[in-house]
Each structure stands twice: as structure tokens, then as C-alpha cells.
Design a protein around this ligand. Structure first.
Ligand SMILES: O=P(O)(O)OC[C@H]1O[C@](O)(COP(=O)(O)O)[C@@H](O)[C@@H]1O
Ligand SMILES: [Mg+2]
Ligand SMILES: [Mg+2]
Length: 327
């Protein structure tokens, strides 16, 4: 029988490679895994329970919130608050960050998109959770806004859980990327994709229906993709689109438009964590001019255009954007 390595076992082994590590980050990663297993269970039976549909409110980004967005947000917050390793959280579904009174001495803060791709919930297309972990600037008192407003390059760990044909955890602590598939019969994430490297390939992923609104450089790049018979794929869930890009290679794009000069996706809990994963797998992530993980962040829900994937394609796109005026 093939030897199973659970994510807990994997984290413990990695921990032994770092003699100075105290186990707090490992504990935090395990708490995120627990929360995502609970979310996965809820997602799988969502059609049977009364949790599909609109929550009747808008979030800080002005987007419609679904009942499952709120449930996932509550599950993550509860698991992290109970963990003792997390000093506070920032979430897509909450206007401001939450400082945990019971864990003022904890070293880490976590930013997350509790449920990504929520427009796909009611049609059974893959959705996910994205998370980013930062070390606090100072351990005095409760966490502050500045603890969350750090460059993506300061991330200590980041990753996502994809609720797809199987549930999968993919994460990095800055030493490569590993993927774990949830075995529902034993309730454990087991190592299935060790040391993931993103290949170069001819796949592109973008919301084509917005083509006319894209900057000219992006339009010409997409024209080349069509000309070269590249494979087009787009689900409308960033987690699913970036995961496919990670495994099969290619580029995922969410450009700016005249009505939204910063695009749609959020830097803190969508673009930075995905950029960390993709870069650690050998790929690249840019806003068209600068590396995503070096962008200055001033607000929790700040948006950015994003072009992310295989290095060669991201470089080609950046060159096109440099040559052509923005609009
Ligand atoms: O419908 P559009 O404009 O293509 O946007 C799709 C994008 O919006 C998102 O759904 C935004 O994320 P949320 O569902 O977490 O708000 C991404 O997952 C996805 O890439
Ligand atoms: Mg999202
Ligand atoms: Mg979301």
C-alpha cells in the first residue's frame, strides 16, 4: 500500500528541519486545515441544507454576499480565534480587521478570502478558500491595521483550499509548494502533489466577455493567444483558475478596465497569497508593471489588476503592456 503522509505529519517533518521554529506557525496551519475541512463538509452538502443563496447584504467591496460566504467566514474566524496562535484576522467579508482579545501575545495575523468564486456556489462549480499569514510588526498589545498592510513579500505562509472534484490544500512557507488531497474517508489532507513546479504551456484564462474594456496591451496579447491556437479556460473562480494554471501551466489574468482602474481582485487576500504560491512554484505574478508581492498596500480591500502564471507567458504579457499605451 502507498504510504500516506498527512498534512500534520508533513508539517511536523518540516518543523524538524527548522530547529529554531517554535511550532506556532505549524499550529496555525493545522487550524486553517481544520477550518477548511469544516467548510468543505458544508460546501458538499450545501444543496441539502438551507445555505445556498444570497445573504441579503453587500461586503466592503460592494459585492453581493452569499450565505456560504458568511458561514465560511464564521468557521475560519472561530477556528483561528480558538487556536491561540493567531492575534487577529482580516477577511473579505468584514469591513475592518478583528483583533483577538484572548490571543494578544500571538505572533501571527491571518488574512483570508473565506469563499472565493462565490458566484459559482449554486451551480456546483469549484470554489475555494485563500489565506495569507503575516508575522506581526510588534508583539505589544493587540494587533493593528499595520500588521495586515505589509508587502506580499513579507508573507510567512500562504495557500488555498480548492473545493473541487476533490478538496485540495496547496500551500507554501517559502520553501516550495506542496499539495494535499482530502481523503474524506479518514478526514485527512494527504500529500498528493509534492514540490509542485509550474510548467510553461499554452493555456490562458481571462473573462473574455470584458475583452473590449481591457488595456490595449492585454487585448493584443489575447489576440496572439487566439492566433496561436492557445487553449482558453475560465471558470470564474480565481482559486480554480489559478490552480489549473499552477498544475497545467499558462496565464490567469484579471485586468483593469475604464470603470475599475484597479481591476476586481483584492491584493491582501487574493493576489498576494496566489502570487506567493505561483512564484514558489517557479512562476511569476505582476500587475502589468510591478511584481504583485512588492505592491504597496494601503487598504485591506485594495484591488489590483493581476497577471499570474508561467514565467514565460507573464513576461510576454508584460512586454506587450510596456510597448502599448494603457487604453
Ligand atoms: O465574474 P468575473 O468578473 O469574471 O469575476 C470572477 C472573479 O471574481 C471572483 O469570484 C472574486 O472573488 P469572490 O467570489 O471571493 O468575491 C474570483 O474568484 C474570480 O476570479
Ligand atoms: Mg475571491
Ligand atoms: Mg470570497
Amino acid at each position: 500500500m502507498k504510504q500516506l503522509i498527512t498534512v500534520d505529519e508533513f508539517i511536523i517533518r518540516k518543523q524538524q528541519d527548522l530547529p529554531y521554529a517554535t511550532g506556532e506557525l505549524s499550529g496555525l496551519l493545522r487550524d486553517i486545515c481544520l477550518a477548511c475541512k469544516i467548510i468543505s463538509r458544508e460546501v458538499n452538502k450545501a444543496g441539502l441544507a438551507d445555505i445556498i443563496g444570497l445573504a441579503g447584504v453587500e461586503n466592503a467591496s460592494g459585492e453581493t454576499v452569499q450565505k456560504l460566504d458568511i458561514l465560511a467566514d464564521e468557521i475560519l474566524q472561530a477556528c483561528l480565534q480558538n487556536s491561540g496562535e493567531c492575534c487577529g484576522i482580516a477577511s473579505e467579508e468584514q469591513e475592518s480587521f478583528v483583533a483577538f482579545e484572548n490571543c494578544k501575545k500571538a505572533k501571527y495575523v491571518v488574512a483570508f478570502d473565506p469563499l472565493d468564486g462565490s458566484s459559482n456556489i449554486d451551480v456546483n462549480v469549484s470554489i475555494g478558500t485563500i489565506f495569507a499569514i503575516y508575522r506581526r510588526n510588534s508583539l505589544d498589545g493587540p494587533c493593528t491595521l499595520e500588521d495586515f498592510l505589509q508587502d506580499g513579500a513579507e508573507q510567512v505562509a500562504a495557500g488555498y483550499v480548492l473545493y473541487g472534484s476533490s478538496t485540495m490544500l496547496v500551500y507554501t512557507t517559502g520553501q516550495g509548494v506542496n499539495g494535499f488531497t482530502l481523503d474524506p474517508s479518514i478526514g485527512e489532507f494527504c500529500l498528493s502533489h509534492p514540490d509542485i513546479k509550474i510548467p510553461e504551456s499554452k493555456n490562458y484564462s481571462v473573462n473574455q466577455s470584458r475583452y473590449k474594456t481591457f488595456p490595449e496591451g492585454v487585448r493584443r496579447f489575447i489576440d496572439d493567444c487566439v492566433e496561436e491556437d492557445m487553449r482558453f479556460r475560465y471558470t470564474g473562480s480565481m482559486v480554480a483558475d489559478v490552480h489549473r494554471t499552477l498544475i497545467k501551466g499558462g496565464i490567469f489574468m484579471y485586468p483593469s478596465s475604464p470603470s475599475s482602474s484597479s481591476g476586481k481582485l483584492r491584493l491582501l487576500y487574493e493576489c498576494n497569497p496566489m502570487a506567493f504560491v505561483i512564484e514558489q512554484a517557479g512562476g511569476a505574478a505582476t500587475n502589468g508593471q510591478e511584481r504583485i508581492m512588492e505592491l504597496e498596500i494601503q487598504q485591506l480591500h485594495q484591488r489590483t489588476p493581476v497577471y499570474i502564471g508561467s514565467k514565460g507567458l507573464v513576461e510576454r504579457l508584460s512586454e506587450k503592456m510596456e510597448l502599448l499605451p494603457n487604453f
